[in-house]
Design a binder for this molecule. Structure first.
Ligand code: PEP
Ligand code: MG
Length: 559
């Protein structure tokens, strides 16, 4: 019997599952703009749009009825949009009056509607994506192409895609999609972050994923990045072994010998804060405030910000909440803060650097954070993203002090700040390492790009060296150093980070239980030995394999 074929990618969300492949159809291409033949029956052609829109609406309504919660709501709204008269009547007119083909007419009309919505900004701009989704579905029916979007399956399946659009990703149902394999995407792409937040094992940048056929059986390991084709019975049983684990963290984080490690949550949308508290987070280690700024054409007013920030602080009354000031630019462009045409946005005026160009945005934000802190009982810490030098740290801390925000720190995301942490932390009260950006800058590898995904892992010994340097800088100034990048959500890597001297780990709430369980089974001395072992390895793969081999608890927990 020949050995099963193994495809390799980058494991970004730990866990194992075996199931049949459900392939995501390719995106719908723009239909040809060739007009209808001169003698075509335009009325009959226009009627095909009515039929196609009705069919898409019915399909989506059926899918909505078969699902529940947010997924069902989103499908219901999309279903209504499929029959929107502005779209259907507008497209009909282009066919009857101008002789456009039905598919092209739908494409053009939807394009105009989406453009109008985008120009209105705010929540309406978000709707533009839904219009594009409906457009693709109707055009697919009209051109006999496979229906786009996540295939609706009743049995559990492994979703295989090039990459997921954020809107598709929002529809992932972990009961049905039990693992995710993409040929594109990077370890900190939206797909990877969402998979981790849902607890779905996920492998990105998988070589050969495009050859996987709908319906074939695969076993996915979201930690090692292996996708086994046609696995034998034993491999399927191992992948699908049910491990009974609690869903909430029940005790404060600590190693097996009682060394405390704060286990905190990353929060974006303020409405997610109460779920993070219910998951057992000891506090919030990273509140990404840009959520309150995204999709807008101007900064929200101070009152609006106060109300959003209070939602998060109220969910963590009496506990620590680290509020990050606006991190605009690069992967999070904001029209009213960032310049549109920088040649290298990741190296441009982003993060704290935008405060030099738009000082009032930071002033207002600090005022809003101070007001929210005064009104709630959470212990508020503030930190700036993308700090590179001691001068920047000093200036930021001084501005926070003017607003009465006494605990002001920095994110360490730039190698310069890590290497010179001793000097940066002479000014700042604490450091929180953003391993997503730190990895991107240490390896000169775009965090969103599949082509460099193998480089983009925080297991890179160079990144671990920078974490080590930051912890030494923290130690020299008696300042705590935490990690709030995606590295903190990897239970094996968490032991290494603790061994290097990190005192808090902030992650997607879903990861708290697994990280807590692995730490609870490992002593501080073992963490230190694992850190030394990882630092001594020549490659990221060698570091990860060496550490994982010394942590039998991972196998017991199915991680
Ligand atoms: C990071 O860079 O690791 C981080 C936590 O910030 P963000 O992912 O929001 O850039
Ligand atoms: Mg960052």
């Amino acid at each position: 019997m020949s050995a099963p074929q193994v495809l390799r990618g980058v494991g970004v969300s730990p866990g194992r599952r075996a199931a049949v492949v459900a392939r995501m159809p390719d995106p719908v291409p723009a239909p040809s703009d060739r007009p209808l033949p001169f003698d075509a029956d335009r009325e009959a052609a226009a009627a095909t749009i009515d039929a196609a829109s009705a069919r898409v609406q019915a399909d989506l309504e059926r899918a909505s009825a078969a699902t529940s919660g947010t997924v069902s709501d989103i499908l219901g709204v999309t279903a209504a949009m499929a029959a929107d008269p502005t779209l259907v009547q507008g497209a009909r007119r282009l066919v009857v009056d101008d002789g456009e083909s039905p598919a092209r007419a739908v494409w053009d009309t939807a394009g105009e509607i989406a453009e109008r919505l985008r120009s209105l900004g705010g929540d309406l701009a978000e709707r533009a994506r839904d219009v594009a989704d409906v457009r693709d579905r109707i055009v697919a029916v009209l051109t006999d192409a496979p229906v786009p979007g996540i295939p609706v399956r009743e049995e559990p399946s492994v979703l295989v895609a090039h990459d997921l659009a954020p809107a598709d990703a929002a529809l992932l149902d972990p009961e049905v999609v039990v693992a995710l394999v993409t040929s594109g995407g990077g370890p900190t792409s939206h797909t990877a972050i969402l998979a981790r937040s849902l607890g779905i094992p996920c492998v990105v940048a998988t070589r050969g994923a495009d050859d996987l056929a709908d319906g074939e059986l695969v076993a996915v390991d979201g930690a090692t990045g292996e996708v086994v084709r046609d696995p034998d019975e034993a491999a399927v049983a191992r992948a699908n072994r049910v491990v009974d684990r609690p869903t909430t963290l029940r005790s404060p984080g600590a190693t097996s010998d009682g060394h405390p490690v704060e286990l905190l949550a990353n929060v974006g949308d303020p409405s997610g804060a109460s779920a993070a508290a219910r998951a057992g987070a000891q506090g919030v280690g990273l509140f990404r405030t840009e959520f309150c700024f995204l999709g807008r054409t101007s900064a929200p007013g101070i009152d609006e910000q106060v109300s959003a920030y209070r939602t998060v602080l109220a969910a963590f009354a009496g506990r620590k909440v680290v509020v990050r000031t606006l991190d605009a630019g690069a992967d999070k462009p904001l029209p009213f803060v960032t310049a549109p045409h920088e040649p290298n946005p990741a190296l441009g005026v982003r993060g704290l650097r935008t405060a030099a160009v738009h000082p009032q945005v930071l002033e207002d934000q600090l005022a809003a954070i101070a007001q929210a802190a005064a009104a709630e009982s959470a212990e508020v810490w503030v930190m700036a993203p993308m700090v590179a030098t001691p001068d920047e740290a000093e200036a930021f801390v001084a501005r926070c002090a003017e607003h009465g925000l006494a605990t002001a720190g920095v994110m360490v995301e730039v190698p310069a700040a890590a290497l010179r942490a001793r000097h940066v932390l002479a000014h700042a009260a604490f450091a929180s390492i953003g391993t997503n950006d730190l990895t991107q800058y240490a390896l000169a590898a775009d965090r969103e790009l599949a082509g460099v995904a193998e480089l983009s892992t925080p297991w890179q010994p160079a990144v671990l060296d920078l974490v080590d340097a930051t912890c030494r800088g923290g130690g020299a100034n008696a300042r705590p150093v935490g990690v709030c990048g995606e590295a903190a959500a990897d239970p094996a890597l968490a032991t290494v980070l603790v061994g290097l001297g990190v005192s808090s780990l902030s992650m997607t709430p879903r990861a708290l239980v697994d990280v807590g369980a692995v730490l609870a089974a490992t002593s501080l001395d073992e963490c230190r030995a694992l850190a030394a072992l990882a630092l001594a390895q020549p490659t990221a793969t060698a570091a990860r394999d060496a550490v994982r081999a010394r942590l039998p608890v991972l196998e017991e927990l199915g991680l």
